[in-house]
Design a protein around this ligand. Structure first.
Ligand code: ATP
Ligand code: MG
Length: 322
């Protein structure tokens, strides 16, 4: 399989991003040929502060490496370092039906909320298609919510192939297990936009404070409770070793404990779980030249591949002179 996935540098990554996506992307590097890119061109549709966009792009590279992305196995690069993708995007744009894009939910949702969308958001699925097709990717790991965009990619690739010959490899969505729908500190889905996140690389003390503030229900302490679905238990399950998780589940079912204890156990487990990546991150952050080198090498590899695919597409549709 040739796997491709991107992550937007729109802020510090949180537990939801890690357990819902990043952890699973990284695991694929062991058995598949993997390309991972930092989607700064996509992020530009929402992040309009240059310093932030630059910092978050750099930071997320460090985050991914600290979490186990191995640049000797996978190709890690920044989206805008491969300008071939933007050229390919235009070729795809010329055949992209308006109706198809109008049905895409990122745009539709924004319009439904009465917000004004720009052409960047409207055409975002086309750039995403170019991202995928530029590397002949056949497998795109995504959450349920992104399946539609992969369908758009297949539509665009299919009609280009139909018109101009066999240019693009048809990608397939590889839907990640959705069991990891991580709840936020307010019990809703953890999300940057809801301001309810636990950041992966938060300082341990600050994280403990956030955990202590998690909203719990007002159930009397002595009543037994089903653990699954409880915010504290669900978060605890992600970071605690199996034996501790089972002991905690038994405690819930027995009753007679306070949420304060559970929060403390959660904070302890979280501190242990993230300790190693945090140490690795500090070390990586102290060596910015190494990060630049990794991203530079990644971009060079990605460009070589993207240039071949772009050339194929240009040739086929007649914008390249023979
Ligand atoms: P935004 O609020 O801007 O949508 P976000 O915090 O939801 O940001 P995304 O950029 O939408 O993060 O998501 C990045 C990846 O992390 C996606 O693959 C998404 O499925 C996954 N993800 C985000 N939040 C969660 C969550 N709470 N549980 C599981 N997976 C999540
Ligand atoms: Mg989201």
């Amino acid at each position: 399989m040739k796997v491709l996935s991107g992550i937007q540098p729109t802020g510090p990554i949180h537990w939801g991003n890690y357990f819902g996506a990043i952890r699973q992307y990284i695991a694929l590097q062991d058995n598949e040929q993997a390309f991972y890119f930092i989607a700064n061109l996509h992020a530009l549709t929402t992040v309009r502060e240059p310093a932030k966009l630059r910092d978050w792009t750099h930071d997320i590279a460090i985050d991914l490496l600290a979490l186990g992305l191995n640049p000797d196995k996978a190709t890690l690069f920044v989206q805008s370092d491969v300008p071939e993708v933007s050229e390919l995007c235009w070729l795809l744009m010329t055949g992209a039906p308006m109706g198809l894009l109008e049905r895409c939910h990122a745009y539709k949702d924004k319009k439904a909320k009465g917000l004004t969308a720009d052409a960047g958001l409207f055409t975002y699925p086309v750039l995403q298609a170019a991202d995928i097709l530029a590397y002949d990717s056949d497998t795109v790991p995504v959450g349920e919510d992104q399946v539609q965009h992969i369908e758009v990619c297949r539509d665009l690739a299919g009609s280009f192939n139909h018109e101009f010959g066999d240019v693009f490899v048809m990608p397939n969505a590889y839907v990640l297990e959705t069991s990891a729908r991580v709840p936020g500190t307010d019990g809703e889905k953890m999300s940057k936009s809801y301001n309810n996140t636990l950041a992966v690389f938060e300082d341990a003390k600050a994280q403990r404070k956030q955990i202590m503030r998690i909203v719990t229900d007002s159930r009397p302490m002595d009543q037994p409770k089903e653990p699954a679905g409880d915010v504290l238990y669900d978060l605890y399950s992600l970071v605690a070793p199996t034996a501790d998780r089972e002991a905690m589940a038994a405690l819930y079912r027995r009753g007679g404990f306070g949420y304060g204890e559970v929060k403390k156990a959660l904070a302890d487990a979280a501190e242990k779980y993230w300790a190693e990546p945090r140490t690795r991150r500090a070390d990586l952050a102290a060596h910015p030249a190494r990060i630049r080198e990794i991203l530079g090498d990644g971009a060079a590899k990605a460009r070589t591949k993207a240039a071949q695919v772009l050339r194929r597409a240009q040739d086929a549709c007649g914008v390249a002179q023979r």
